[in-house]
Design a protein around this ligand. Structure first.
Ligand code: HPA
Length: 284
């Protein structure tokens, strides 16, 4: 077997083993996965929980080490809707390879999810944003992080050269817009750029990112969105603007403050997410 085929094979086996382990713990078949970003993990309490599975217990699974990231799957129901929640994710800055960062997405594909709802905390680049705003992600810039599809292509998931014109599903994003309107939750819309972190950006980098058209910056989400879109999962994303990006105010940035602001947004975030999930799953 050539080296690429070997790598692909062992990765596939890890994914299958993780799926097998999860299926041995729960027979729930989630239709939607919700990834909870920094400071947003408490949303999981909204579910009627069926099973919780720590990433540590899943063979070959990447384990989250970031503060504010709990590191477990929560399988539960929102009303009658079977949902899997990722309370905590893994990031490139923890030292994981891009294919490890997106492994959970592929595992959840194997569990049967049709839609992936990505959330995160970010720095606001757009002058019109304030800390605590929520932003619907309408597009992304991935050019500063390694592409998660580099390496042998997994034909079972998708094509070698996937189109990225409509990563964030228009019909499902409309459901979030409607939910925001009904719940009277103000919702910005914009373009999210992922950098690797873990250092925050410099003011000069923020000016560069703004000139490139980015509205918010963070250290996650985009590579997960690419892998999900590749695999035919319908993707939506909401970012919690936790702070004005570097150099835009006199404040220095800290991970603790990011988690605090994201926590403060929790009530608005919860209302938006619950209403959105009900509408989205009606369209799957
Ligand atoms: N930059 C990058 N990631 C972030 C920020 C930021 O300002 N705020 C929250 N996550």
């Amino acid at each position: 077997m050539n080296r690429n085929a070997e790598i692909a094979n062992s990765y596939r086996m890890r994914i299958d083993e993780a799926i097998g382990y999860i299926k041995s713990r729960t027979d729930m078949e989630p239709v939607l996965a919700l990834v909870l970003g920094s400071g947003l993990g408490e949303y999981a309490a909204e579910l009627k929980v069926e099973e919780e599975i720590s990433y540590r217990d899943i063979p070959g699974f990447p384990v989250s080490t970031a503060p504010g990231h709990d590191g477990r799957f929560i399988f539960g129901y929102l009303d009658q809707i079977p949902v899997v929640c990722m309370k905590g994710r893994v990031h490139l800055y923890e030292g994981y390879e891009p294919w490890d960062v997106v492994m959970p997405v592929r595992v959840m594909k194997g569990l049967g999810i049709k839609a992936l709802f990505l959330t995160n905390a970010s720095g606001g680049i757009n002058f019109g944003y304030m800390a605590g705003d929520l932003m619907l992600i309408t597009d992304h810039i991935s050019s500063f992080v390694p592409n998660p599809l580099i390496g042998p292509n997994f034909e079972a998931y998708g094509t070698r050269f996937p189109d990225m014109t409509h990563v964030y599903d228009e019909e499902l994003s409309d459901q979030i817009r409607e939910a925001a309107h009904e719940e009277k939750v103000p919702l910005q819309e914009g373009i999210y750029v992922q950098l690797t972190g873990p250092s925050f950006e410099s003011p000069a980098e923020i000016r560069m990112l703004r000139s490139l058209g980015a509205d918010a910056v963070g250290m996650s989400t985009v590579i997960e969105a690419i892998a999900a879109h590749h695999a035919g999962i319908r993707v939506v994303g909401v970012s919690c603007i936790a702070n004005a990006a570097a150099g835009m105010t006199k404040e220095l940035l800290s991970g603790d403050d990011v988690n605090l602001t994201a926590n403060e947004t929790a009530p608005l975030f919860s209302r938006l997410v619950t209403s959105s999930i009900k509408k989205i799953t009606g369209k799957l």
